[in-house]
Design a protein around this ligand. Sequence first.
Ligand SMILES: C[S@@+](CC[C@H](N)C(=O)[O-])C[C@H]1O[C@@H](n2cnc3c(N)ncnc32)[C@H](O)[C@@H]1O
Length: 218
Amino acid sequence: LRVRKIPGAEEALMLIDSIYIHEAEKNKGKWKAYFKNNNPIHAEFGGGKGKFIIEMAISNPHINFIMVDMVTEVMLKAAQKAQELELSNLKMIRIDLRYAKQFFDANELERIYLNFSDPWPKKKHYKRRLTYRDFLMTYRDILIPDGEIHFKTDNRGLFEFSLNEFAELDLVMKNISLDLHKNSDVPYCTTEYEEKFIALGQPIYRIEVKFRNEKKES
Ligand SMILES: C[S@@+](CC[C@H](N)C(=O)[O-])C[C@H]1O[C@@H](n2cnc3c(N)ncnc32)[C@H](O)[C@@H]1O
């Protein structure tokens, strides 16, 4: 994803402090206290301009949401939208997910959404894909034992790669779809990228996975 630099974006983002959390590592292990309730926490990893997570936050007031992205410019757009809507159950943090464990403690998240993650199509870049096994091992640590990862993508190659990674780690797989929007009554919020691919008539692949409980102890 290439993004045009916006002068002052960093400063503008810092001002949206009802949504954007600077120095988010201070909340590690304390996210529930930060939201001031005991509601489950769902995170979107690589949330982009925020359409999906904002709609999720509006329709699920009893779930807390954290959007993660590493690009200031897209997060600024997402944070501005969320601020206008005065959503108290949505926060955003700008971090590189390679360092997710500096920001989330064990068992802090009930669910992780991966939506249209960058495919990194070149073979030599496979370790950057957010469904690469090292990322999955991190997700395992920060998710509760029954926590789920919900993944959707338009990219067949990334989907195939991800299925193999899930199988390699012996994850439980369910609700697999090779054409999510074939039937019109899909109960899930769509993302910016998803809308583009639907308009192009491209199929969306989707899967839900979770780790086997016994692996948590290892
Ligand atoms: C292709 S966009 C998809 C955005 C959105 N989920 C959607 O479906 O419209 C992928 C997003 O993931 C973010 N991203 C990729 N790798 C990341 C990483 N290692 N840490 C944090 N964010 C990352 C990018 O900055 C980008 O905004």
